[in-house]
Design a protein around this ligand. Sequence first.
Ligand SMILES: Cc1cc2nc3c(=O)[nH]c(=O)nc-3n(C[C@H](O)[C@H](O)[C@H](O)COP(=O)(O)OP(=O)(O)OC[C@H]3O[C@@H](n4cnc5c(N)ncnc54)[C@H](O)[C@@H]3O)c2cc1C
Ligand code: SF4
Length: 652
Amino acid sequence: MASISRLGHSRALTSSMPRVASVRAIPHTTHLATRTLVTAAAVRGGRRVATSITSKSSSSFRSNAYNKTGLRAFSQSLPGYDAEETAEEEEEDPTKAERFADETDVVIVGGGPSGLSAAIRLKQLANAEGRELRVVLVEKGGEIGAHTLSGAVIEPRALNELIPDWKEKGAPLNTAVVEDDFRILTKNHAIPIPVPLHPPQLHNDGNYIVSLSNYVKWLGEQAEEAGVEVFPGFSASEILYNEDGSVKGIATSDVGLDKNFQPKDNFERGMEFHAKVTLFAEGCHGSLTKKLVRQFDLRADSDPQTYGIGIKEVWKIDPAKAQPGKVIHTVGWPLDNKTYSGAFLYHMGDDMVSLGLVIGLDYENPYLSPYKEFQRYKHHPFIKDILEGGECISYGARALNEGGYQSIPKLYFPGGALIGCTAGFLNLVKIKGTHTAMKSGMLAAESAYKAITSEAFEEGKPVVMEDYEANLKKSWVYEELHTVRNCRPSFHSPLGNLGGIMYSGLETIFLRGRSPWTFHNRKPDHACLVPAKSAKPIDYPKPDGKISFDLLTSVSRTGTNHAENQPVHLRLKDKDVPVQRNLKVYDGPEQRFCPAGVYEFVDDESGPEGAKRLQINSQNCIHCKTCDIKDPSQNIDWTVPEGGGGPSYSFT
Ligand SMILES: Cc1cc2nc3c(=O)[nH]c(=O)nc-3n(C[C@H](O)[C@H](O)[C@H](O)COP(=O)(O)OP(=O)(O)OC[C@H]3O[C@@H](n4cnc5c(N)ncnc54)[C@H](O)[C@@H]3O)c2cc1C
Ligand code: SF4
């Protein structure tokens, strides 16, 4: 992200805002990394506003500025601002202090493919017409790409539309797919399926094998170059509403609270971003999106969203085994016929492979551990042969949408819209969602731009982006999701995976989505576990330390870090439920479905002998969102931790 830093730095220094009272933080080291941090507080129309901050760690900036001034950095430039009085109030309870508010045109929550594509498209449109348009993007990762985890084979269709000269601009799409291999795994065999029998969606001609995290970093650079104000290290924790109920923008989380929500020395109040349009691009199962869905009843006419968990590693392998551009997909072993799963192994360049296992979160057996299934998968002779002699360099996990067409919610509400995987545009048969996420971001950007630049636009009247939804329905995104809509639900027949594979072959190769029926996703994933007494415990092999690893070794490969002594961001609605229901009825499935060892049932020394309590090791959390989805009691609420915390993915 060196270039982002450089660009952001120069823009902040040359900001053309009137009456800029700048606060410069000196370079310093944080728990995350060293980064020169520059910002400016400006006054626009009598309001306090922040100009761009491009930082590795916004919290570092905040604390530095706080320490330097004795007051909040942004307080300095407010005209008619009674610093003494405000300081007194803040001393009374700084957590209640008025938040710094920045007025902007569009705010985007999330710096993944969808959010960045929306941001770039908005600035392209504005720049082409020579208009001033402020586009602010906040990202909870310490830098753009740090929280991105994917396969990834990407289809460049949306990129061709967004940045047609991406090759000249150095997009990191360096490994073109040269071969597709699709196999059914039994315990000891890997049966190849001839190419003419592959679903057309698994033909990857013209696609590229990438590290999505690197690709997103490059998109971040393009966004900055186009003039987007990119704020990594900022978690959007709250939706702000106007009096008429429309969305006004978002607030970022307070920084520097201790675990009891008391301010520490480095406490800094969150910021507000007010906008004409707010686009939510939080990725699969967004934490603010959940609230919007409830607030505006966005699922009134759609099926429940259903999910999978994808667990992956990146390996540096023996160069003699590298086959750059080869894409391998497998189904079958190690999961049984009732449990939906699929695996991938992509030969990237530089003797690296990216491999992973996706398991449907509608699995029934509470004893199933997605992490251990993946470790076991690597011991299949076909996979082990590729990995042997190599080294695992990265690990991570993330939930992904499986519901598809039937589960897409209403996409807009007064003041904004949902884009990308937070709405759910992943094409599961392809296991691809990057191109659809990008396209949805671009369409939303076009709709937002049209609305806020039209003559009919009235300040104070919310923008309603109906045409975004209408245009999406006319686009190739809808067409491809419609074609495969029956595939995932077909795995729920009594024939299990076998039935699903056969039906999906029929639907994708012959019917091509023209079947006059639509199967539904009826049951949410959290309702699918059976009680432990009706399930069979699974005896997983011990990791050998060469091909398979224990969980903590894997977590150490995610670079995860959360500031210590901060409020636990995994909130329990009822603290008794984990023991009284989850442990008693399901034998504590959170101990197994979390791919980072966050949940542990330990002895409760304050209780009677043998009593247990749930210990939450929130500092290990890799933000995959599985617990929020799969908890059978729906008692866990995943909220954003302080900005900058979480994994620090590379190569993923
Ligand atoms: C295991 C796996 C394999 C996959 N394989 C492929 C593949 O091969 N090809 C393909 O095309 N797709 C693949 N996908 C899907 C693809 O990764 C997604 O479709 C794509 O990343 C969606 O982009 P997005 O921008 O909607 O969301 P994301 O990429 O998830 O980005 C969302 C961003 O928002 C940030 N964010 C979330 N909430 C907040 C908040 N409140 N405040 C601030 N920031 C926030 C997150 O940190 C993140 O950076 C795969 C996914 C998984 C999990
Ligand atoms: S605590 Fe939840 S979100 Fe965090 S890693 Fe575990 S399952 Fe994923």
